[in-house]
Each structure stands twice: as structure tokens, then as C-alpha cells.
Design a protein. Structure first.
Length: 649
């Protein structure tokens, strides 16, 4: 029996040695077989890529419903099947529908290997649009153009039937006929959308705050997606959003507490008369009751619409209008101007700075006109315009900087600058004037008048470098880029792949050599980590008890011996391990304790652990000591054999 075990161990050891010591010629032959397969696959891939450009493109469109209510949303999906660069489609002008959210896109790629066509790839791109019908009846979604590469394809038209919604919209108190209709009392679980103005009578160009507010009752759960707001073009207004983030508040309305989300817009009317503000729209996702036997929460997307508003706009009075008035309107403005430095040499620039701050539309702030004599050479002013919301109002800030260069010495005068606006509080025109400004110019030492030298400006200013000419040549010819034809691009990719094959082969060779080196060093790695792995797993044995504890103990000890001797631990008994260790010329006292633990684990795992006297903690402590002793003995045995095998010097 012992001889049979010994024979099986010797055979397994010889097999392992032969697998780790493969002939170099066999390794080289295997490498070139792998390289040949890579070349064949690369050639097939190049041919397939060149044929992919000729694949047929198919464009289809579909909707999530063909029967919808007038307040329901319709999701239009455009799918492009084929290969090539697909541009995001743009919806054409539609009389019956309006897009209420941005496009959502998805793409996927599939690959096929065929006997006749070789390698082919197929791409599928889908684009989803959310539409709102504008009227009832049988409506048609027109064909959607899609550009793939250099060609344009079109989808087929789709017919949708839109019927009138059952639930009527609730009138808002801001509509003209709201007082004539009975108001429905709102409930705490309701969700609705309202619009309001901070004033209903203003001048042309005067700021008005338009507020859209979503009311959500305490018993309703909603989520607001991106681009939830949708607003028709406010014809006759200049619009500035006050805050990109939504403001959340709690408001009591009709005796109920609502959570609200606000969006503020600063609007400026451009013409007098009664101007209409169309309804605002908002898309929200509302939680609905979950069906029985369903583990997922259900939501539905709904469109909320506010009532239209009207605004009375008064014209600006003609009486008292100054000649320099350019349409700036607001309650008050702060206008400052100054020159720095005030004493310079001839040819050294001075900076005329003007600042204007106030509540209103910054786009209507005029550029001040500075008229200087021939004693100065002037340059075009630079304009810096900024705006920011302050206390739910839009404020504008504009700064002008003009460079003036004195041409002659003496006391030079820069005339006054002024700014005119219409004061909406006093309802009259006002003019703010600053200046005039005096500049003392002294003769430039060692320099003729009119010659401008390079100067270094004050801190915070940029340098001016003038080299004798006022205007430098400007290249008005646009840069030309050589475009590569789209239909030849796949062929080019194939050529690049073929040219890159030598580098790929070198990389594969380096990887294969590293694999061989790791295989040759496998014994060293297993031997080095054997003790560390065994000690770590032995310390985790306190989590087990009974037969599981002793069964796992035997597995750990057997795996330790297998790692040290580069053997397979499956199916090895304590007698086989003892015989193998004694054949390595190791002292018996280093083996006896380890083998005793192996036999103890076998007896306890199969014969029951109740008769054993030692506790599991003592067994773990002894196993740690015996594995460390056996590890040292095995390492010393290897070192001793190495010294004996070394040639004498």
C-alpha cells in the first residue's frame, strides 16, 4: 500500500517537473502558433472594417402611445440601425406638437463573424424626445431627418390621435375671467402649478419678476427631472433667469400646508400696451399606487400648466426726454468715473475708467461717449458687463476703460462724461455727470513728440506694446484643414492596424516571456507564501467548532505541505504526507508533532470530537508552532542540498 502511494506521489512530482520545465523549442513553437492566429484575426478584422462602411442604414421611429389625452406626454423614439457616425437629430418645425424636454440617447454595438462576409459590426442608436400635443384630433408627427456620415435619412411619419382630457384645468385668480367662474377648493394631497407677477403695471424696459411656483401637498410624492420647466417664447420681453437652482419653501394656501418649488425670471417689456404671458409648463414624476405582487415603486410623468397672465405696459414720456437717452430704465443708478494717473509724460497713456451699477437690464446700459481734443490719441474702450441677482432683483454692473495718450505737454482737459436714464420711482429722466478731468503732461526726455514707447502700466493693468504702427496686419483668410473622406476612413483604419502589427507582436512576445518566467518561479512563490498563508488561516479556525473545525485543520496542514513541496493536496492522507516528509532527510522530531496533528484531525473529523481532551484553542496554538518548526526544517533542508550540489572551488 505504501509503495502504491509512493508511486503515485513520484508520478505527480514528475508531471509537475515536466510541466514547469518545458523545452524552449516547444515554447517558441507555441508562441508562433499564437502569433499566426493573431495575424489571421487582424486581417479578417481589417477586411470586416472596410466592409462595415457599406452596411445599410435603417432609420425608424415609434411612439409609446397612439391614443393620448391633450394634457398627456408622448415619447417619440428614433432608432438608427447601421454603421457610421450618427448626429443627434433635430426635430423639424411641428404645428401640432411641442418638445418639452431634452433628447435622451442610447447606443449599442454588435459584432458578427460570417463565412462569406467575414467580420461585420452593427450599431444601434436611439434618441428619445418628449412631446406635448397642442390640440385635439388626429395629428401627424412628420418624418425626422437623421444624418449618418455624409448622408441624410428620414424616418416614416406617425399618426397620433389626441382626445380631450376628462379632468378640466383649475382656473387661476390671475386670469381675467377667474372671478366669473367658481373656484374649486383645493385638497391637501393636490399638486398644481401657478404663475404670478410682482406688479401688473410698469413702464417699457422696467423690471418685472415672473414667478412660477409648484405646489405639492403633504400626501403626494413627486420628483423633478432635469429640464422640467418649459416656457413658450415670451414675445415682446427680454428674459433673464434669476437663479438656476430651484428654491424650496413651505406655504399655507387655502388652509393647507404645501411644499413649494419656485423659479424666478426677470422680464423686461420692450413695447407698450397689454402684453400677454403664455402659460408655463412643468413636467414632474408622481408616485402612484404600487400594483399587488410588485416589488418596484411605480411613477407616472404628468404635465402641469399654469394660467396665462397679462401685463399693462406704459410708454416712456416724450416730455423732457434728453437727446442722449438710449433706453435705460430703473429706480436708481450709481455712476462713477476717474482718470489715473493724472501726471504723465508725453506718450505715456492714461486710463479713463467709468463704472455704472443699478437695478435693470444690463443689455440696455449705454456705452458712454468720450469726445477728446487733438491733444490726445484715443483707443477703443473695453467693456465689461456683468449681472447678478440681489434680493430677487436683477442688478447690472458695467465697467468701461478707455486709453488716452497725450500728444503734447501742458495742462490737458478730458471733457465730462454723462449717463442718462429714466427713473421709474420719480417717473422722470435723470442725467448723471462726472468730470471734467485734468491731466498734466510733461515733455518726454530724449524722445520726440508723437513717438510712443513701450510702457509698463500700473499694477492690475495690462502692458501696452506699440512698435510704430497703430494697426497690425490681420489675416482674413480662414485656416484650411484637409478633411479625410468618410468612405475611406475604414480602409485607413485597416492599414494603421496592419502597420501596428510589429509593435503588437513585440508586446505579445514580452508578455509571453513574462508568463514563462512566472511559471518557472511558481515554486519559489508558493514556498515563500506557504507559512504566511497557513498561519493566517489557522488563526481563523476559532470561528468553527466540532467536526468542521478538525476537517478544516487537516485541509490547512495538507495545503501547507503541498505549497512547500509544490504538490497537489487533494486526496493526500496523513500517512502519505509523513512518508514524503521523511524522504526529504528532515529530523524526526520536526515531523512528529506535525503528523500527530494530521492524524488528530482525521480521527476527529470522521470519528467525532467529543472524546478529545484538548481544547480547540490549544490545538490552534500547537498547529502554529508545528508549522513554523516544519517550515524552518524544510528551508534548512533545501539550503543544505544546495550547498552539496554546488561545485567545490
Amino acid at each position: 500500500m505504501v509503495k502504491q502511494h509512493l508511486l503515485s506521489l513520484n508520478m505527480s512530482s514528475s508531471i509537475i517537473e515536466n510541466s514547469n520545465a518545458q523545452p524552449w523549442r516547444w515554447k517558441v513553437a507555441r508562441f508562433f502558433r499564437v502569433l499566426f492566429l493573431i495575424l489571421v484575426c487582424s486581417a479578417t478584422l481589417s477586411i470586416g472594417i472596410s466592409q462595415t462602411g457599406n452596411a445599410q442604414v435603417k432609420v425608424t421611429s415609434k411612439v409609446d402611445k397612439t391614443l393620448a389625452g391633450e394634457n398627456e406626454l408622448i415619447v417619440l423614439t428614433v432608432e438608427v440601425e447601421g454603421s457610421g457616425r450618427v448626429a443627434t437629430p433635430q426635430l423639424p418645425e411641428m404645428e401640432d406638437f411641442r418638445q418639452v424636454s431634452g433628447v435622451r440617447s442610447q447606443s449599442s454595438q454588435t459584432y458578427h463573424f460570417g463565412t462569406g462576409a467575414g467580420f461585420t459590426s452593427q450599431a444601434l442608436s436611439s434618441f428619445s424626445f418628449t412631446l406635448r400635443p397642442l390640440r385635439t384630433g388626429k395629428l401627424t408627427i412628420p418624418p425626422i431627418p437623421v444624418q449618418v456620415g455624409r448622408k441624410t435619412y428620414q424616418s416614416t411619419p406617425i399618426e397620433v390621435e389626441v382626445v380631450q382630457s376628462i379632468s378640466p384645468s383649475t382656473p387661476s385668480p390671475t386670469t381675467p375671467d377667474a372671478a366669473a367662474r367658481p373656484q374649486r377648493k383645493r385638497t391637501q394631497d393636490e399638486i398644481f402649478y401657478e404663475a404670478s407677477l410682482d406688479r401688473d403695471r410698469v413702464f417699457v424696459g422696467e423690471q418685472v419678476i415672473l414667478t412660477y411656483r409648484l405646489y405639492v401637498g403633504g400626501g403626494t410624492q413627486v420628483s423633478i427631472p432635469r429640464n422640467a420647466y418649459s416656457q413658450s417664447d415670451l414675445e415682446g420681453f427680454v428674459v433673464h433667469p434669476l437663479d438656476l437652482d430651484m428654491k424650496e419653501k413651505r406655504i399655507m394656501k387655502d388652509g393647507n400646508l404645501y411644499g413649494t418649488v419656485e423659479r424666478l425670471l426677470a422680464i423686461f417689456p420692450l413695447r407698450p400696451g397689454t402684453l400677454k404671458i403664455p402659460p408655463g409648463e412643468m413636467v414632474v414624476s408622481r408616485a402612484v399606487q404600487r400594483p399587488r405582487r410588485s416589488f418596484f415603486n411605480m411613477t407616472e410623468r404628468i404635465m402641469l400648466t399654469s394660467e396665462p397672465l397679462t401685463l399693462e405696459v406704459r410708454p416712456l414720456p416724450e416730455e423732457g426726454r434728453p437727446e442722449g437717452f438710449e433706453g435705460t430704465v430703473g429706480p436708481s443708478f450709481d455712476f462713477q468715473a476717474g482718470v489715473q494717473p493724472s501726471e504723465v509724460e508725453v506718450g505715456t497713456p492714461v486710463y479713463l475708467t467709468m463704472k455704472l451699477v443699478g437695478e435693470g437690464n444690463p443689455e440696455s446700459f449705454p456705452d458712454p461717449v468720450v469726445t477728446v481734443s487733438d491733444s490726445f490719441k484715443s483707443y477703443e474702450p473695453e467693456r465689461d458687463v456683468r449681472s447678478r441677482p440681489v434680493d430677487d432683483r436683477l442688478y447690472g454692473y458695467i465697467e468701461f476703460e478707455q486709453i488716452l495718450v497725450p500728444n503734447e505737454p501742458g495742462q490737458l482737459t478730458i471733457p465730462e462724461v454723462s449717463f442718462t436714464y429714466f427713473n421709474t420711482v420719480l417717473e422722470q429722466y435723470e442725467t448723471l455727470t462726472r468730470g471734467p478731468f485734468l491731466v498734466t503732461a510733461s515733455p518726454a526726455s530724449g524722445q520726440s513728440v508723437g513717438e510712443i514707447r513701450e510702457v509698463v502700466t500700473a499694477p492690475g493693468k495690462r502692458e501696452i506694446r506699440i512698435t510704430g504702427r497703430d494697426i497690425f496686419p490681420i489675416h482674413d483668410t480662414p485656416l484650411a484643414f484637409n478633411s479625410f473622406p468618410a468612405d475611406r476612413l475604414p480602409v485607413r483604419q485597416g492599414l494603421v492596424l496592419l502597420l501596428a502589427l510589429p509593435g503588437i507582436c513585440g508586446l505579445i512576445w514580452a508578455v509571453q516571456v513574462q508568463v514563462w518566467r512566472l511559471q518557472e518561479d511558481s515554486y519559489r512563490n508558493r514556498n515563500r507564501r506557504a507559512l504566511q498563508t497557513a498561519r493566517r488561516e489557522l488563526k481563523q479556525l476559532d470561528q468553527l467548532d466540532g467536526s468542521d473545525f478538525y476537517s478544516r485543520l487537516g485541509q490547512i496542514l495538507g495545503q501547507f505541505v503541498a505549497d512547500k513541496l509544490e504538490m497537489t493536496s487533494g486526496g493526500m492522507t496523513s500517512d502519505e504526507i509523513e512518508f514524503q516528509l521523511k524522504s526529504l532527510d528532515i529530523k524526526p522530531d520536526a515531523i512528529a508533532g506535525f503528523v500527530e496533528l494530521l492524524r488528530l484531525s482525521d480521527e476527529a473529523a470522521y470519528g467525532g470530537a467529543s472524546t478529545l481532551a484538548k481544547t480547540e484553542r490549544e490545538i490552534i496554538r500547537r498547529a502554529l508552532d508545528e508549522t513554523s518548526r516544519l517550515n524552518s526544517a524544510l528551508d534548512n533542508s533545501v539550503k543544505r542540498k544546495g550547498r552539496e550540489a554546488a561545485p567545490a572551488k
